[in-house]
Structures are given as C-alpha cells and as structure tokens.
Design a protein. Structure first.
Ligand SMILES: O=C(O)CCC(=O)C(=O)O
Ligand SMILES: [Fe+2]
Length: 323
C-alpha cells in the first residue's frame, strides 16, 4: 500500500487526563466523552497530565541513547535471537511493518514483564513470556526501564478503564484483560533517512499497532505521521513536550467492531539527525478472549472479526512482520 498524498494540516487533539484518576465520576465521564470522540475520529491523540514523572522519562531516553551508542558487538551480545521470548536487541532492517516495502530503518530493544524461566507460564511456552535480557551498560538501564515499565503499565491500565467508560461499560469491564499483562516496552532508534533511499524505504513502514493501546514517547525530532482516512492524507504527529501520543491498536478495533479505529501510521526521519522514541504496547492478558462488545453491535449488525485470544492475535501479528 502506498499513500503519497499531500500532508493534511489537521492536528490531533490533546486530552488532559487528570480527571480519569480523580475518582470523581463527573470528571471521569467528561473525559470518557473526549476519549470517545478522539477514538471514533482517528484513534490517535495526545495526553497531558498523565502522572508519569518527567525525570523518569528523561532517564529512559538517556539510558536508551547510551545503549544504542555502544559498538555493534556489545549490542549483538544481547540479540533478541538469543531469547525464546523476543526480548533484547534487534538490528536495523530486521522487521518489515509495511508489507511489500523494504525493511524498517530502525534498531530496537524489546523489554517485557520479568517472568522467571521456571514460571509455569514460561514452561508452558506462552508467547513472549519469560525473563528479559539486561545490558550491563549503561548500569542504570535495568532499574530505569523497570520503573518506567511499571509507570507505563499503570497509565495504560487507566486509559483502558477510560475506554471502558467511553464505550458505556463499567470502569472495570476489562479487569481480566488487565491482569498478567503481556505489555511490551520497546526502545527505538532511527538513523537519518538514507540519502538515496530504496523506493518505499522508511524508518517505520505504515502499519497499525497489534495490541490494545499504545503509549508513545518521542524525542524532539519529529517524523511520525498518521493516516487520516476521511481526508485521505497523512497528518504529522509532531513532538509535544510533556505528552504521550496514544493510539488505538487492533484489539480495540476488534472489540468495538471498528467503531474505534486502529489507524495506519509510519515514521520517516527526514531531520538529518538521530531520532529516539519509546512505544509501550499495552497488550494485556494473553488468555483473554477478544470478541465484539455488546455495546458495539447495533441490532442486525454482525461482528467483523471472529473471537480470538490475545495470544493468538499476537502470534499472527509477529509472524506477519518478521517474515
Ligand atoms: O517511533 C514512533 O514514533 C512510532 C513507532 C511505531 O509506530 C511502532 O513502533 O509501532
Ligand atoms: Fe506503531
């Protein structure tokens, strides 16, 4: 698929989510309304007042830069190929998010919940479940990423609760999905777009995200673009200090029968500088069965997707983008 259409000047909304955690039902419902509008429109928005300490976010970027700036041999010692559960370093051009396009010009590092090798779920071979690979350099990498993983998980769970309210469901509707989450923290590093790129070559090919919601931190470089179906154009999602970019993933499109859209996006780093970003893919309990929500099926409508477990869905998505 190729969309070389002009850029739209439209902007994505910034939603102040302080009310969500307030335990004030009026504030929560007002917020649910804003989330509903943003999710029905484009499935992409910014959030501010999210409660994740700025110093922690700075530490995440600093540790990520320090890791990627090491010699290749040090990074390859932690190659994700050594991990049965997809944890660790992935070199440039290892993943192809856009079918038919050249591989993505990004390197990355995968981190998940730390689950010991003798845990019954690991012994049973659950997808992406197990211990992390932790680099020795920089020394603060592990404590920083573990703190951030918890903070991002907590925030993601609040967004999912807000989405429940936005769909006229009880705030704890997704409680089973929120237990034992298979959430993935990924560090990304994009070198500048090559001077003579292959046709269709990009930092990150156009794709939708696999999970429930994605919480994205980006540095000040820019390059993220979101496809606007109505305008048939790409919208820039520029860096906005103090915010996360949040987007709906495929699981919410399935739950809502596409009332909430899992929107195409891509990254082209035309800045001439290095770009760093940090997506947190909030994927939830692998055993949870995802099927059309009763509040998303009008009389006479049929579900567009068969029921699927989170695990089955994740396995299919990884297979598709890793050949
Ligand atoms: O780097 C970014 O800004 C976006 C990355 C992304 O879309 C992804 O990893 O799924
Ligand atoms: Fe994405």
């Amino acid at each position: 698929m190729s969309h070389e259409n002009p850029l739209s000047s439209a902007t994505l909304p910034v939603i102040d989510i302080a009310g969500l955690r307030s335990a004030d039902p009026t504030a929560q419902m007002a917020l649910a309304q804003q989330l509903r509008d943003a999710c029905e429109r484009r499935g992409f928005f910014y959030i501010c007042n999210h409660g994740v300490p700025p110093a922690l976010i700075d530490d995440v970027f600093a540790a990520s830069r320090a890791f990627f700036q090491q010699p290749m041999a040090a990074k390859l010692a932690l190659d994700k190929k050594h991990s049965p559960c997809n944890r660790g370093y992935e070199p440039l051009r290892a993943q192809t998010l856009e079918a038919g396009a050249p591989p993505d010009v990004k390197e990355s590092y995968y981190i998940g919940a730390e689950i010991p090798a003798d845990d019954p779920r690991v012994l049973a071979g659950r997808f992406n479940t197990g211990p992390n690979q932790w680099p020795l350099h920089p020394p603060e990498f592990r404590p920083v990423m573990e703190r951030y993983y918890r903070a991002a998980y907590d925030l993601g769970a609040w967004i999912v609760r807000g989405l429940a309210l936005s769909l006229d469901l009880p705030i704890d509707h997704f409680q089973h999905y929120l237990t034992d989450p298979a959430a993935t923290l990924r560090l990304l590093h994009y070198p500048p777009q090559p001077a003579n790129p292959q046709p269709g070559e990009k930092g990150c090919g156009e794709h939708t995200d696999f999970g429930g919601v994605t919480l994205l931190l980006q540095d000040d470089i820019g390059g993220l673009q979101v496809w606007d179906t109505q305008a048939e154009a790409w919208i820039d999602a520029p860096p906005v200090p103090g915010t996360f970019v949040v987007n709906i993933g495929d699981l919410f499109a399935r739950w809502t029968n596409e009332r909430y859209v899992s929107t195409l996006h891509r990254v082209i780093n035309r800045s001439g500088r290095e770009r760093y970003s940090v997506p947190f893919f909030f994927t939830g309990n692998l055993e949870h069965r995802v099927e059309c929500l009763p509040t998303c099926l009008a009389p006479g409508e049929t579900p567009r997707y068969p029921a699927v477990t989170v695990e089955e869905h994740q396995i299919a998505c990884y297979r598709r983008t890793y050949g």
